[in-house]
Design a protein around this ligand. Structure first.
Ligand SMILES: Cc1cc2nc3c(=O)[nH]c(=O)nc-3n(C[C@H](O)[C@H](O)[C@H](O)COP(=O)(O)O)c2cc1C
Length: 215
């Protein structure tokens, strides 16, 4: 009986402290967690933001490879690892790729094409195996792991689709792709830029109402 007197107030406190899942009329809110963040993985997930301004400071190849090792440990269909990654961290090579992208897209504003990489000092080009129907998901999961690993190491990242378009659609795409040197049967599908962040953007709103239990 004594235990009930102790347990009931505790139960009441727990219920008052509960934060129910927002219903459909809730507005979009910045990244919300109903729990205090006391977990390093969750902290990294919630703190990661796309970085579009970088310091010129290079990222060491050891750090890049640590990030890539986390990338390739992502879940992937049948462990086919249906990706190939090419990394450019040499400023002259980066400049060459950007110059070729500008030359290959004469109808587009040069600044827009050049700026699509946001000055990231390291650019990873991720290609998918065209022979595997789930390879785009594999590449996305690889990129996700890379970005979270980078976040945990203090390296900023940005996932990029626009360089993929500017390369694949370029008049000189064969020349650019030959520099990247992917294997036959692979198609460039995603880029992830990395570097030390020179900005700290706020979180963009997320809509938790897109996630619903089916009762
Ligand atoms: C597949 C994909 C392609 C993206 N392409 C671009 C891009 O070309 N340029 C850009 O500035 N951001 C790009 N982003 C970044 C998104 O704009 C960004 O993730 C989104 O606005 C959410 O912001 P956050 O990453 O800061 O949370 C891309 C993200 C993904 C996942």
């Amino acid at each position: 009986m004594k235990q009930i007197f102790i347990l009931l107030p505790l139960l009441a406190l727990a219920l008052v402290g509960c934060n129910p899942t927002p219903k459909n009329n809730a507005t979009q809110q910045p990244n919300q967690s109903t729990q205090p963040l006391n977990n390093e993985v969750i902290d990294a997930i919630m703190a990661r933001r796309s970085i579009r301004q970088y310091h010129a400071t290079p990222v060491s190849r050891d750090t890049v490879m640590q990030i890539m090792t986390c990338g390739i440990n992502a879940a992937n269909g049948q462990n086919k690892q249906s990706w190939e990654v090419r990394i450019i961290d040499n400023p002259e090579k980066m400049q060459l790729i950007q110059d070729l992208m500008v030359a290959g897209n004469p109808t587009l504003q040069p600044d827009m094409v050049r700026g699509c990489m946001h000055g990231a000092p390291v650019m990873t080009f991720i290609a998918r195996d065209l022979g595997y129907d789930f390879s785009a998901y594999d590449c996305g999961l690889l990129a996700g792991n890379m970005m979270l690993a980078a976040q945990s190491l203090g390296v900023g990242t940005i996932c990029l689709g626009s360089p993929v378009r500017f390369i694949n659609d370029a008049q000189n795409s064969a020349e650019i792709l030959s520099i990247l040197g992917f294997s036959e049967g692979y198609e460039l599908c995603l880029c992830v830029g990395m570097g030390y962040a020179n900005e700290a953007p706020a979180a963009k709103p997320r809509d938790i109402n897109k996630v619903q239990f089916v009762d």
